[in-house]
Design a protein around this ligand. Structure first.
Ligand SMILES: Nc1nc2c(ncn2[C@@H]2O[C@H](COP(=O)(O)OP(=O)(O)OP(=O)(O)O)[C@@H](O)[C@H]2O)c(=O)[nH]1
Ligand SMILES: [Mg+2]
Length: 302
């Protein structure tokens, strides 16, 4: 039997549901998800199997108008993911339709190689009446020659099998790129840092989630089968540190508990998680922070 394999990049505005779709395709939570925009910061690969095809999904940071160095590096990573992929899937939100951000992405699609296959996935169809979808499909296709349009709910799973089958059939013939049982291509220390960042993003408000980063500093395997994980949360101001710790350390304790529980479930064993908060006013301009996130510092140059 001939095998197929290749990369499928998921692109779209922040919050479109790219990470949700990747996780559903893979069948495990590989990429963090929140209701807030700009959750994903780097390219995250998740591997799915469909018949004889191995589909490597590349989740990307949302595309938006960048302001900071970090934003620019994120957007560059997303377009880099699209340029390297065999197929690009652009996600839009059914209930938001053709927003300014969507128009901007459509414009930028023209910069891709003209042979690049780009499919459209209208996501969150659970939020709209189905009769509005036909018009949106027509409008989108008049703005860009998508090779195919899918209507999906990444969260509930509607339309996802059809999209996966189509992607599998479109990928080039060739040997699989990862071992059969591999579902992600991200070091465990990074997945663990992302889990903690997700819990922080869910609990903290306004700008704070965008002004912190999490790094796994040490990972120690213990004889009893458990592991000790030490992470640092970098924030920009003393005041942020106070908010993050919370009254009597309640916030950080809740974050630590939630992150540890998820990590334990992912690994299937006991985890001792230690979080430390450090004030680092300039972490957004430190090259090392970017390489830890899986981003290219140079991409952030204005
Ligand atoms: N109702 C509904 N909500 C969805 C669906 N797919 C995703 N969501 C929600 O949309 C929000 C954003 O989802 P993410 O997967 O984090 O979106 P993203 O595109 O990865 O966002 P960034 O990483 O910020 O670019 C979350 O609250 C999801 O639960 C869907 O099909 N239906
Ligand atoms: Mg995401």
């Amino acid at each position: 039997m001939t095998t197929r394999a290749g990369f499928v990049a998921l692109i779209g505005e922040p919050n479109a549901g790219k990470s949700t779709l990747l996780n559903r395709m893979v069948g495990a939570k590989v990429s963090i998800v929140t209701h807030k925009v700009q959750t994903t910061r780097a390219r995250i690969r998740g591997v799915a199997l469909e018949g004889e095809a191995q589909i490597v999904f590349v989740d990307t940071p949302g595309l938006f108008k960048p302001r900071r160095r970090l934003d620019r590096a994120m957007v560059a990573a997303a377009w880099g993911g699209a340029a390297d992929a065999d197929i690009v899937v652009m996600l839009i939100e059914a209930h938001r339709g053709i927003s300014e951000g969507v128009k901007h992405i459509l414009e930028s699609l023209k910069g891709l190689n003209p042979d690049q296959k780009v499919a459209l996935a209208i996501n969150k169809i659970d939020k709209v009446k189905s009769d509005s979808l036909l018009q949106l499909t027509e409008q989108m296709n008049s703005l860009h020659p998508f090779v195919k349009t899918f209507m999906i709910s990444a969260e509930r799973g509607h339309g996802v099998p059809a999209l996966r089958e189509w992607l599998a059939s479109e990928l080039p013939e060739g040997p699989w790129l990862y071992p059969e049982d591999q579902i992600a291509d991200l070091p465990m220390r990074m997945i663990a840092a992302e889990m903690t960042r997700e819990k922080l993003t869910l609990r903290l408000h306004q700008e704070l989630p965008y002004q912190l980063t999490v790094e796994t500093e040490a990972w120690e395997e213990r004889k009893d089968g458990s592991c000790r994980v030490d992470q640092i949360i970098y924030v920009m101001r003393d005041g942020h540190k106070g908010i993050l710790l919370g009254k009597r350390g309640e916030t950080i304790k809740a974050v630590s508990k939630a992150s540890r529980e998820e990590l334990e479930e992912f690994l299937g064993r006991k985890v001792h998680l230690f979080l430390q908060v450090k004030v680092r006013p300039n972490w957004l301009d430190e090259a090392e922070r970017y390489s830890e996130m899986g981003l290219d510092f140079k991409d952030g140059n204005a």
